[in-house]
Design a protein around this ligand. Structure first.
Ligand SMILES: Cc1ncc(COP(=O)(O)O)c(C=O)c1O
Length: 409
């Protein structure tokens, strides 16, 4: 008996996060909140241990007319004011390329739609070696293979590995589709420098002399960069792309507006030629209509209202959390340095990741749980969600983690 198509992969999802969330919850019930370090939850939490919600966002949403909340969106690609506001907010005047916007259910929709429509089954998608788990699942669901570039060489981006991975993939197929999750990479917190971006674009232009290139830039955490508007300057590097390169910027209001459940985001399509963006738009629009039809109208209206009337309030309110995140990160990193705990080169973002091989990681993850410290296993590392951890819990944590690591090595 079988009810799904032969090619479907029947292995259940192994969710490395939710299983540990459950264990952390049980530990809190048994030993009390104070005794447990919960470094699992990947959403922003307040110092009081509550999910952070921006008042600018939710007061705006709740004040929308019922009719606006009830309505379908204006089109399958999203509402025009939402599309314009996304361009203004995300690109912040840093792009002279042709542009189109497709509203999507979160960043997931934008990345998923790009992967689905830019590669044929059997072709290879390029992703970072340490990455958000959904990329691999999306590749699997579309019958794609994966090639992974190593992320770091010492404290900077591993350009040599990135280039070698692209070259190797080009030997077997006529196009290059790759994901760069930047700034605030999940889970390491690395952000590329402008120089690194320039080198990447120059390399992709070289590749594009013989291959079509699609760069998917996943910017899920961009609005929690400690650099504010400066963090968007690297988009100017994309102006140098050649005609055979397209960039798809995957934007999400999940993090930017602390509204994970509203399921709203966008694929921003960028190219040097009008034909380039038009072709992507035509195909993505049909894909949207066939998959989710249209996007949550209330979420788009909320975003547009804030951008047009309350932008400064929103920025000021969000900044408090950006500062809080930085305080937590600074404290953890300072103590990690003192303790000699090795972390991947963190610059900004929701997570810090400890660097280690996968054998050590497995033993260490267990040992940490025995000491009531709950974290998430990632490839070659242990992810610590500083985004959801109050400062009082961050304090002293790196030293404790180093001591536990010494017992398993
Ligand atoms: C790296 C990365 N990209 C994209 C997303 C997409 O999130 P959403 O679909 O909620 O916008 C996430 C969410 O965790 C993420 O970590």
């Amino acid at each position: 008996m079988s009810f799904v198509k032969d090619s479907a992969n029947r292995t259940p999802i192994v969710d490395t996060v939710f299983a540990v969330v459950e264990l952390a919850k049980q530990a809190k019930e048994k030993y009390g909140d104070d005794k447990v370090i919960d470094g699992v939850i990947g959403s922003l939490y307040t110092e009081e241990g509550k999910l952070a919600t921006l008042d600018t966002v939710f007061s705006t949403l709740k004040n929308l007319d019922d009719a606006k909340l009830a309505k379908y969106a204006v089109s399958f690609t999203g509402n025009p004011d939402y599309q314009n506001d996304v361009i203004d907010w995300v690109l912040d005047g840093n792009s002279n390329l042709y542009k189109e916007v497709i509203a999507t259910p979160g960043g997931t929709g934008a990345v998923g739609m790009s992967i689905e429509n830019c590669l044929e089954p059997g072709q290879t998608l390029i992703i970072p070696e340490i990455a958000w788990g959904s990329y691999a699942l999306m590749a699997q669901m579309n019958g794609l293979n994966l090639a992974k570039y190593s992320l770091f060489e010492g404290d900077h981006f591993n350009m040599a590995s990135f280039k070698a991975t692209c070259k190797q993939v080009m030997e077997g197929q006529n196009r290059l589709v790759l994901i760069i999750n930047d700034p605030c990479h999940n889970p390491t917190g690395y952000s590329l420098t402008i120089e690194e971006w320039k080198e990447i674009i120059a390399f992709l232009n070289e590749c594009s002399k013989t291959y079509d290139v699609v760069l998917i830039n996943d910017i899920a955490y961009i609005d929690f960069s400690a650099r504010g508007a400066q963090a968007k300057k690297y988009f100017t590097c994309f102006d140098e792309i050649s005609d055979n390169v397209a960039v798809i910027v995957a934007f999400s209001i999940s993090k930017s507006m602390t509204s994970y459940g509203l399921r709203c985001g966008a694929a921003i399509l960028l190219a040097k030629t009008l034909e380039g963006v038009e072709e992507l738009k035509v195909v993505f629009e049909k894909s949207a209509r066939a998959t989710w039809s249209n996007i949550n109208n209330g979420a788009m209206e909320m975003f547009a209202t804030i951008m047009e009337n309350k932008k400064d309030d929103y920025i000021a309110e969000k900044q408090e959390y950006v500062d809080l995140l930085k305080q937590r990160a600074d404290l953890f990193l300072e103590e990690a340095k003192e303790a000699g705990l090795e972390v991947y080169p963190y610059k900004e973002g929701f997570f810090v990741t400890l660097a280690m091989d996968n054998d050590t990681r497995d033993k260490y993850h267990e040992a940490l749980m025995n000491e009531l410290i709950f974290t998430v296993k990632v490839n070659n590392g242990i992810r610590v969600a500083i985004c959801s951890m109050p400062l009082a819990k961050v304090k002293g944590l790196a030293g404790r983690m180093k001591a536990i690591l010494d017992t398993v090595k």
